[in-house]
Write a protein that binds this ligand. Structure first.
Ligand code: NAD
Length: 294
């Protein structure tokens, strides 16, 4: 198969990532089906996309006619059979649970045409942990988008030892077609590249703080003013949820048993206290206070 034979894309999971990935595919000219087990998730996805894309029209990023055409290419469904039947390329974006993904890939292997590529948008699970439930491991790869996909212009495409060059090339070409910059990783590695860099920065920031070198607020200031990052590591932890990083780290520690992978004490304390960042009103920073001041 070549990129010209990819006409139909299926996105599974209409949550934070999936609905925007589906929109990118429709905007890129693909007949796109977005599937979720929950009707409410699809309804929310539809409303959210109409709202977000109307802002693109107002800003002049896209004409109303082009947007209408893109929406006419986008179908929402709860039926996996309907979503899979004549697809050429699947992007899986369901919950980050290995068992759920494995069960889904096993079904996709049965329901999709044999030529279809099956890509996962997982942030942490390497594709070989899923591909073995299918009869086509050479057609499985990671396709890691960043949040929010309609804004973030980067995709990590990751090959396992079994992923074929053809699969990798078509996946890179799909990224180009949907206007995203793709980078190919020829070997699987936990965290891929972006999250490894991010975790390394966060681990060092936490160590500097726990060693009493300076306050976390000062580490954020230095990161922004000296390194020109838009957010400091502690601000970013608050934004993404302190528990999210904690659980990823805990899982990693379970796998490696390496003490350097153990979640830091200050992070564990915040998770136990339920101060998880912006979503709970406070984490490293106090957002409730900010609200009151406003
Ligand atoms: N949120 C992020 O910042 C981010 C960034 C990059 C990658 N990811 C990855 O993207 C994937 C999805 O993350 P999210 O944040 O969009 O999650 P989410 O919880 O917002 O959405 C997941 C959706 O999947 C649906 N779902 C669950 N099981 C399903 C099944 N068997 N079939 C169909 N739909 C099913 C749920 O109903 C839900 O709507 C995860 O693998 C995650 O690691 C997330």
């Amino acid at each position: 198969m070549g990129i010209n034979e990819v006409k139909h894309i299926t996105v599974i999971g209409a949550g934070s990532m999936g609905h925007q990935i589906a929109m990118l595919c429709a905007l890129g000219g693909y007949e796109t089906k977005l599937q979720d087990i929950q009707e409410t998730a699809l309804q929310k996805a539809k409303e959210s996309l109409h709202f977000q894309m109307s802002k693109w029209v107002k800003k002049g990023k896209i004409s109303q006619e082009d947007l209408d055409r893109a929406f006419s290419r986008l179908v929402f469904t709860t039926s996996l059979e309907e979503a899979a039947v004549n697809t050429d390329f699947v992007i899986e974006a369901v919950v980050e649970k290995l068992a759920v993904k494995r069960e889904l890939f096993e079904k996709l292997d049965r329901l999709t045409p044999p030529h279809a590529i099956l890509a996962t948008n997982s942030s942490t699970i390497i594709n070989s942990q899923i591909a073995d439930v299918t009869s086509r491991p050479e057609k499985v790869c990671n396709m890691h988008f960043f949040f929010p996909p309609l804004v973030m212009d980067c995709v990590e495409v990751v090959m396992s030892e079994q992923t074929s060059e053809e699969t990798a090339q078509i996946t890179m070409d799909v990224c180009e077609q949907i206007n995203r910059t793709a980078v190919l990783l020829k070997k699987e590695i936990w965290g891929f590249v972006a999250n490894r860099l991010l975790f390394a920065l966060h681990a060092e920031a936490i160590k500097l703080y726990e060693d009493g070198i300076c306050d976390f607020k000062d580490i954020d200031i230095i990161t922004k003013k000296a390194l020109n990052h838009p957010l400091g590591p502690f601000e970013l932890m608050d934004l993404s949820g302190i528990d999210v990083g904690y659980f990823a780290q805990e899982q990693r520690y379970k796998e490696t048993g390496d003490p350097k992978d153990k979640p830091a004490k200050c992070i564990e304390e915040k998770v136990k206290a339920g101060t998880l960042g912006r979503k709970t009103g406070n984490g490293w920073y106090d957002y409730e206070q900010v609200e009151v001041k406003k």
